[in-house]
Design a protein around this ligand. Sequence first.
Ligand code: AMP
Ligand code: MN
Ligand code: MN
Length: 323
Amino acid sequence: MNIYHKILELIDQHDSFAISAHVNPDGDSIGAQLALYSFLADLNKYVRIFNTDPIPPNYHFLPFSEKIEQPCDLDGYSPEVLIVLDASTLVRIGNHLSKNLVPQQLTINIDHHASADRFGDYNLVESGASSTCEIVYKLIQLSGTKIGYKQAMALYTGIMFDTGCFRYSNSTSQVHHIAANLIDQGIEVDKIYRAVYETNPVRRLRLLTKALETVEISPDGKIAWLIISKKMFDHTGTTLEDADGIINQIRSIDTIEVAIMAVSNAQEQSKISMRSKDYVDVGKICAEFGGGGHARAAGCLIDKSCETALEMVIEITEKYIDI
Ligand code: AMP
Ligand code: MN
Ligand code: MN
């Protein structure tokens, strides 16, 4: 029996579920959680969604987004099955949740990270998939239930997000077929795009302006980086989630192969985001610092100032550039 059928069988055999996903949720993790929630709820399962961080307001338009809980404590709730989405390690769902959200029976991991460490009792991991939403789509399709409007909204949002709006190399023919099927459910792609990308408060633009002033480029023009400091957040009234997406601005520089963004977080650590265009496997670079991700988009946390963290990451990146 293949892993898709096995997971459908496990869903059939159990009644209570919890769905979690990585910290600092993004379009793919949120879309996958809400589509899976809707699928399980339609099967009359008892299901709750727990995340460490709240979802950004630009995802509030998604059906069932209000079902996502950020528990201080879980009131002793222990589901039969825990399903962890879009997270390559259990601790990616957050320290507190990873220790306290303990299922009675089993954990299922559904993910598309090359760095997935397969921590579940059952692991549906496809590193060739564009997004976790693509995998959840296939799972629901295989079950024979109809993917309706609400699930289509969530799944399209996730696929759109992780493919950079169908621009990255993971925008396969299959991705476009899936997107076509989702659009056939009556979703309005322009409204989804606008909700996710064109509802920025002006403070976010002010943060972008400050961040762009810090851009530096290596002498060979192949690596570019920028810093977002705590001061910038304070001056513009922004928070960590407002920094999402800013890295794409430097990815657009013509000579660049690798873009790096260092963001100072509340714990005085540096959150490193990396993107590459063509050949550098930034997932491997981030893995050297205990993080992970994909070949073209990855991240890690470094317990140093942004300046020091950047120096360390650039040094390693130069080696990969020269390969
Ligand atoms: P980001 O730069 O935060 O948008 O993340 C890019 C990709 O790297 C996503 O697929 C993340 O799941 C992954 N990623 C980011 N930070 C980490 C981390 N600390 N550990 C493992 N994977 C990460
Ligand atoms: Mn994600
Ligand atoms: Mn993803």
